[in-house]
Design a protein around this ligand. Structure first.
Ligand SMILES: C[S@@+](CC[C@H](N)C(=O)[O-])C[C@H]1O[C@@H](n2cnc3c(N)ncnc32)[C@H](O)[C@@H]1O
Length: 351
C-alpha cells in the first residue's frame, strides 16, 4: 500500500444501531432491501457449563486455547466460509481479539499464559461460535482485510473480497501494473460497497482519488459510514444509496471496482449455515449468478474515463461469463487463494 491510514479503535461493545450514514442517501429511493433470509440455525447459546470440558488450569497458553477451540469446532462441524478455510486462523483470530491483540501477533504471544478471567472470556466466545454458528466476525464485530480492521455486523457481508489483495498486487505502478501511476488516479467508484472495506482500501492505494461508493442497502451504508468515520475518510469517500449506477448521474471514473452479488441459484441453496446470517442481498446473483454483473458490464463504459477500467469479482462464474460475453477481452486475475474469480477490462475494450 502506498500510504497507511491509522484506524481509530473499533470498540468491542458496539450496539447494533450504528450512527446514521452522514453522507449516504444523496439521491435515489429510500426503499428497504428485500427481507433477509432467516437463518435456520439458532442464535441462543446453551450455558457454557454444559459445553466447556475444561478443568481449572488445564488450558494455560494462547496456543492451548486455540487447540481446544479446534476440537470444539471439529465436533460441531463448523463451516469456515469467511475469507479463510482455516480453523486455526479462525481460532487464533477469536483468541487474539479477546486479548486485544492483532491476529498477526498470534505467533509472538502463542506461548504466553492467559489469566483465569481472560480464559473464561475466550471459552465464552468459542462457545458462542460453536453453539450459534454466527461467523466469528459478527461475534466480535470486526473483520480484517490486508491487516486492516473493519467494523462489521449482520447488516453487511463479512469482508473477504479478492479485490483487496489485487489492489495491492496489480495497481502499484510497478512493472505489469494495470494502472501506470496510482497517484494519478483521480476518481474511483466502489459499486456494491457493503461495509465500505474496498472503498477504504482504494483510498490508500490511490491517495489522490476521490471515491464514490454505492449500495442499494441503507443498512449496509450505515456500516460503511461507520468505517469511513473510523478511517477519517469523510472528506474523500462519498456514500450513495441506490441501484448500481443510478444515483451517480453521468459521473465518470478512472477506475470502477465491484464485488457484486454473484451467487447462482444452486449456490444460494447450498450456502452454509454461517452464511445465512449474512444479508441475502449480498449474495443473490439470480439464476446463473450474473444478473448484476451483466448490468455492470452493460453500463460501465458510460461511467469510465477513456483510459479507465473495471475490476469486478464474479466468484466461480467464469464459464458463464465467457459463454455470455465471448468477444469481451477479459483479463482474469489470480490471488493467493483464488483463480480467475476477478476480471479486469479496460474502458476502451467495453462496448
Ligand atoms: C458481495 S457484497 C460486497 C460488499 C463489499 N464490497 C465487500 O467486498 O465486502 C455485495 C453488496 O452489493 C449490494 N447490492 C446488491 N444489489 C445491489 C444493487 N442493485 N445496487 C447496489 N448495490 C447492491 C449488497 O447490498 C451488498 O452490500
Amino acid at each position: 500500500m502506498a500510504k497507511t491510514t491509522k484506524a481509530k479503535a473499533i470498540t468491542k461493545a458496539k450496539t447494533k444501531a450504528a450512527p446514521k450514514a452522514k453522507t449516504a442517501s444523496k439521491t435515489a429511493a429510500k426503499t428497504k432491501p428485500t427481507a433477509k433470509a432467516k437463518p435456520a440455525v439458532t442464535r441462543a447459546a446453551k450455558p457454557l457449563s454444559q459445553f466447556a470440558k475444561v478443568a481449572p488450569g488445564e488450558l494455560q497458553t494462547l496456543f492451548d486455547y486455540v487447540r481446544y477451540a479446534l476440537s470444539r469446532f471439529a465436533e460441531a462441524d463448523l463451516a469456515f466460509a469467511h475469507g479463510t478455510t482455516d480453523p486455526v486462523a479462525e481460532a487464533a483470530f477469536l483468541v487474539c481479539d479477546t486479548l486485544y491483540l492483532h491476529p498477526e501477533r498470534f505467533e509472538e504471544f502463542a506461548a504466553a499464559r492467559v489469566t483465569a478471567a481472560e480464559g473464561q472470556q475466550i471459552l465464552e466466545v468459542i462457545h458462542r461460535r460453536v453453539t450459534t454458528r454466527l461467523p466469528a466476525a459478527y461475534l466480535v464485530n470486526k473483520a480484517y482485510m490486508l491487516g486492516l480492521p473493519f467494523y462489521v455486523d449482520e447488516r453487511v457481508i463479512v469482508p473477504r473480497s479478492f479485490i483487496g489483495e489485487l489492489l495491492g498486487s496489480h495497481f502499484d505502478g510497478e512493472d505489469g501494473s494495470l494502472i501506470a501511476d496510482p497517484e494519478a488516479v483521480e476518481s474511483v467508484l466502489d459499486l456494491c460497497t457493503g461495509s465500505g472495506c474496498l472503498a477504504v482500501l482504494a483510498s490508500q492505494r490511490f491517495p489522490n482519488a476521490r471515491i464514490d461508493a454505492v449500495d442499494v442497502s441503507p443498512d449496509a451504508l450505515e456500516v460503511a459510514a461507520e468505517n469511513i468515520d473510523i478511517y477519517e475518510l469523510e472528506d474523500r469517500v462519498t456514500l450513495y444509496q441506490g441501484d448500481l449506477f443510478k444515483p451517480l448521474g453521468d459521473t465518470r471514473y478512472d477506475l470502477i471496482i465491484s464485488n457484486p452479488p454473484y451467487v447462482d441459484a444452486q449456490g444460494m441453496a447450498d450456502l452454509p449455515d454461517e452464511c445465512r446470517f449474512e444479508p441475502e442481498l449480498a449474495f443473490d446473483g439470480g439464476a446463473d449468478g450474473l444478473d448484476i454483473v451483466r448490468r455492470i458490464l452493460a453500463e460501465a463504459k458510460q461511467h469510465l474515463t477513456p483510459t479507465g477500467g473495471l475490476l469486478c469479482e464474479i466468484g466461480r462464474g467464469r464459464d458463464n461469463i465467457d459463454a455470455a460475453f465471448p468477444d469481451l477481452p477479459l483479463l482474469w486475475l489470480d490471488t493467493e487463494e483464488s483463480e480467475a474469480e476477478v476480471f479486469w477490462i479496460a474502458a476502451a475494450d467495453l462496448t
